[in-house]
Design a protein around this ligand. Structure first.
Ligand SMILES: C[S@@+](CC[C@H](N)C(=O)[O-])C[C@H]1O[C@@H](n2cnc3c(N)ncnc32)[C@H](O)[C@@H]1O
Length: 308
């Protein structure tokens, strides 16, 4: 496991960046989500979450609900449930069916044991104090209720990072440039059990390996573009004014597909002239390791013994 720098942690958890740029609407989140349309096998994550909630009868709180992908589906499949969506970013809640509220996962505006289940899907890596937030999730859920958490493996979509590194290398005129920021590394599949195990006596992990295969660069380019909220950090690493990886990634993908390459436009960083190099091993676009591991973290709290 790689050590993460304080600067990395600060960038991934910065509230202004999250609420004001990365998730101020659902444009980037939708691009992140849509890449999985090309995944084999396809996993029906909202359906899997619904199954984990089959015994739940009342309130489910979706913490960091984003654009409401899970709430919308649960509303359809489980009209009997009360659903509450919470997120730190007001903008992304615009199209989420209510009730919704702006709230910070580390200080939930809910009474102790007031929810029957909680979801924290692909969001715990964004909170500054993960251990404290896990405690907070545990606090608001009744003794026997599940807390369902999801995140990515540290091996997740390694090929995309490789593509990014080579595109960054094109800028610097070297084979490999710096990596892109890893959003989920602070709370990866590999790290999650230790965080969750401190609060819950039973943690169940469901691994969802798969392969994403694309035949067109656009879904990948859109995925890369969804990192734009962190582009200033990439630019700083590259020593240039603005991060140009996205257009470079597009060109790299075009090269690998054998498309004609246009000349670089005038935005090419001064003194950093780059020539896209034909890759001797155009294996991209074939297969890469999938993502998500969505561990329903079934929980039983020792201190809630009257209910257990
Ligand atoms: C990657 S998105 C995941 C959205 C949704 N849970 C899903 O799986 O589709 C992360 C979400 O967590 C929200 N978030 C980040 N930090 C948060 C915090 N401290 N409290 C509440 N929400 C937060 C973001 O605004 C964003 O909507």
């Amino acid at each position: 496991m790689t050590e993460l720098s304080p600067a990395h942690d600060a960038a991934v958890t910065d509230r202004g960046r999250l609420a004001g740029s990365a998730y101020n609407d659902d444009r980037y989140l939708a691009a992140l989500q849509s890449l999985y349309r090309w995944q084999t096998p396809r996993y029906d994550l909202p359906g899997m979450v619904g199954k984990q909630l089959s015994a739940i009868r009342r309130l489910v709180v979706d913490v960091g609900c984003g654009n409401g992908k899970f709430i919308k589906r649960l509303r359809q499949d489980r009209p009997d449930l009360s659903l509450l969506g919470l997120d730190i970013a007001a903008g992304i809640l615009a199209d989420v069916p209510g009730p919704v509220a702006v709230a910070d996962a580390s200080r939930l505006p809910l009474a102790t044991a007031s929810a029957d289940a909680a979801l924290a899907l692909h969001m715990l890596y964004h909170v500054p104090d993960i251990a404290q937030t896990v405690k907070e999730l545990s606090r608001v859920v009744t003794g026997e209720g599940p807390v369902i958490v999801s995140t990515n493996s540290e091996r997740d979509k390694a090929e995309l990072n490789d593509l990014w590194v080579r595109a960054a290398g094109d800028v610097l005129g070297v084979a490999r440039g710096p990596s892109r920021i890893s959003l989920s590394a602070r709370f990866s599949l590999e790290k999650a059990p230790a965080f969750l195990g401190k609060e819950f006596s039973r943690v169940e992990t469901i691994e969802l390996p798969g392969t994403i295969t694309v035949r067109d660069p656009e879904p990948v380019v859109a995925h890369m573009a969804s990192y734009r909220a962190w582009a200033d950090l990439d630019a700083r690493l590259l020593g240039i004014a603005a991060a140009p990886e996205v257009p470079l990634v597009r060109k790299r993908l075009a090269l690998l597909r054998g498309d004609p390459i246009e000349e670089p436009k005038s935005g090419t960083p001064p003194g950093r002239g780059w020539q896209p190099r034909a890759d001797p091993n155009p294996g991209f676009g074939a297969h890469w390791l999938q993502t998500v591991v969505s561990p329903p973290a079934a929980k039983c709290r020792e201190q809630r013994s009257p209910r257990l």
